[in-house]
Ligand binder design. Structure first.
Ligand code: SF4
Ligand code: SF4
Length: 430
């Protein structure tokens, strides 16, 4: 058997190697990266770790339905054991999120532990804890990246989905980072029908703070399922978004999340958006949730996509490399109803999670299929799955119709922080 020579655990490109390790059958002469990724890697390229479901905000589209802390949340020692395992697997970095991860009292301890163990950290935050002092500390590290969530280029658009005061809080965090000399923070925007027209403004905002704009697709996951019909970009806005990305994409990150839009490119031209154009769920992407459950994708928090629990099923490596679900997801998938589409190579039928949570067949078109097939399917009979995890605080969430309840009505961070720090410190109470 021919083997690929590489550093243990990595391939010739320095990426995590294919399963099984070390004796990797050589791919056909000119193997495409996408074909290798389709069969899965020894370690995920994009590992999201939601450290807590506790959050000071109540964003209407929160993909993890965050709000209240789960009492079964992993302890500091359990988190460190996971980091040790990630180091052994040569996972280069983790995307830490939540909830609002910085509300965990051990958050900075875990960040330091990860970077001390060669696992880089990119964390997403609404800005709550990015004080001038924290910004200084972050600026001194080469291994920590910060992503500030912002879903409108002004307070009106942003706060309608993220809650009153959240725009000012995020901008304050960006200012603190810039003042501290932090290089290249990310501004992370979920695209909705209310902010597509603000793309240039988002870019200008990022430029103003020496940051990079990152835009991602709104998925109907978590609480996003409840507002997706009202918020997802309209068909003409999908085209606008695609054209903007074609014009500006080289300076904007997307996490490859708009590959369904690649079907706008003339088929056979090789055009479209750069990226793998592949659903990476369970192949190169996965999620660890606050209690150690491992899901195929951060946008697929549902028992159908649960591969196992780190504390009871043999650890992360065992689940990643050998769980039934991930093994199945790495098998060739049927193109189903998309097989006859000329754009299949560009779009691959779109996002599994978007189909699942809108009640569409997984082997059919994406609900936002740019050929319009999704719309007709959405208009037909379908049954949407119910979320099996909801950590919302019981506060009725509405979109621009009534202000959210004051954060201090029910403190989601109870048991987390000293009383003086929890009080009304969050922007929702300002
Ligand atoms: S399910 Fe959707 S969001 Fe998740 S990896 Fe696949 S395409 Fe990406
Ligand atoms: S029919 Fe399927 S492959 Fe074709 S554009 Fe729509 S989602 Fe993509």
């Amino acid at each position: 058997m021919t083997t690929v020579e590489s550093r243990p655990g990595t391939d010739a490109l320095g990426m995590p190697s294919l399963t099984p390790p070390l004796t990797v059958p050589a791919p056909p002469k000119v193997g495409r990266l996408v074909d290798q990724f389709e069969r899965g890697l020894d370690a995920p390229i994009c590992l999201t770790w939601e450290l807590t479901y506790a959050c000071n905000l109540s964003c209407v589209h929160c993909l993890s339905s965050s709000g209240k802390r789960d009492p079964r949340e992993l302890s500091t020692e359990q988190c460190k054991a996971i980091i040790d395992e990630l180091q052994r697997m040569q996972v280069f970095y983790v995307n830490i999120g939540g909830g609002e991860p910085t509300v965990r009292p051990d958050f900075w301890e875990l960040v330091d532990y990860a970077t001390d163990h060669q696992v880089g950290v990119k964390f997403s935050t609404n800005g709550l804890r990015i004080t001038p002092e924290v910004a200084q500390r972050l600026a001194a590290s080469d291994y920590v990246d910060v992503q500030i969530s912002l879903d409108g280029a002004d307070a009106e658009v942003n706060d309608a989905v993220r809650g009153p005061g959240s725009f000012d809080m995020a901008v304050r965090a960006l200012e603190n980072l810039a003042d501290a000399g932090f290089k290249d923070a990310k501004i992370s925007v979920v695209m909705t029908r209310h902010n597509v027209a603000q793309l240039d403004e988002f870019k200008a905002l990022a430029d103003r703070y020496g940051a990079t704009l990152r835009i991602t697709r709104l998925r109907p996951s978590g609480r996003g399922a409840d507002v997706w019909d009202d918020l997802h970009p309209l068909p003409e806005q999908q085209r606008e978004l695609y054209e903007w990305l074609v014009a500006h994409g080289d300076r904007v990150l997307t996490g490859d999340s708009f590959f369904h839009l690649s079907a706008f490119a003339e088929s056979g031209t090789g055009g479209g958006l750069p990226g793998l154009n592949l659903c990476g769920a369970g192949r190169v992407v996965c999620l660890i949730d606050p209690i150690g459950d491992v899901y195929a994708c951060p946008f697929a928090i549902h028992e159908n996509f649960l591969a196992g629990n780190i504390t009871t099923d043999g650890g992360f490596q065992e689940i990643w490399q050998r769980s039934d679900l991930f093994t199945e997801l790495r098998e060739p998938q049927s193109a189903g109803a998309c097989a006859s589409c000329n754009h299949y190579d560009a779009c691959r039928g779109g996002c599994m999670a978007a189909k699942f949570f809108t009640g569409l067949p997984l082997d059919g078109p994406d609900p936002e299929c740019v050929q319009g097939y999704g719309e007709s399917l959405l208009a037909g009979e379908r049954s949407k799955p119910t979320a099996n995890k909801d950590h919302s605080r019981g506060v009725p969430l509405t979109l621009m119709t009534r202000p959210p309840s004051r954060d201090c009505d029910e403190n989601p961070l109870a048991g987390f922080m000293p009383t003086t720090a929890t009080g009304c410190s969050s922007s929702g109470c300002s």
